[in-house]
Design a protein. Sequence first.
Length: 293
Amino acid sequence: MLTERAPAKVNLALHVLGRRADGYHALSSLVAFAGIADRLALAPGPTLSLTVDGPTATAAGPDDDNLVLRAARTFAALSPGLRAGAFTLLKRLPVAAGIGGGSSDAAAALRLLARLNDLAPDHPAVLEAARCTGSDVPVCLVPRLRMMEGAGETVGPPLALPPLFAVLVNPRVAVETPPVFAALGLERGAMFATTTGRQSAPVDAPAAPDRAALITMLATLRNDLEAPAIQVAPAIADVLAAMRAATGCRLARMSGSGATCFGLFDDCHAAAKAARALAAEHPGWWVKPTMLR
């Protein structure tokens, strides 16, 4: 039995540069990965299958439409004779939550299949299967803090930055990505302008000597999908307000296309204390203290 963690992906910043002629939006994003994760196991065998269990398994939808199987089938099509088997997914992360749970699961499946078949993680078939499976899958292949550009196809090297102490909060509202981009309202070929009237600029790969400097730098950035996501799911505004009011919160922002938001804190004790308070005040929310790296 082979196992892999599939950690939550958190967009520390996400700038929309415009919408390409092919319909995809061009993004520039700084991506980190959390300690909280799904867990995927693979038992080698003659038949490809998937069983999903765990607290958020029901929301993950039909097993045969899961990104784990989609990634595995794509990989097999690119690599005739690929050994596979039975996957078991322990689903802990919320679904349609802006933290790349399905994409991270798919990336974990590709890592497991590469290990089973003695292929390098950067084998061309692994990379191509990731690109074909979903926009966020390539950045999840090696879950380390890094830049992501374009429609997700351009992934930078890991960045040597200090880990961040965070609280992740989801109001248990599923937010599909297409309606959020639709609310952004960009036509094909259009560039995205900020509220200042200037064209949106790419995120620069940060060079921060310590955690405080990194948080200060992140405060100068943004998530351009936050406003349209709030139009789709107003509960996101409630989460951000509660997070910003939390004792010790240095920065609160939405991840991806929502509805999960994160708050950054100076240390693990402050994050844990804030998480307990938020969970007590909003018992229906998914609240997790974690570390981002």
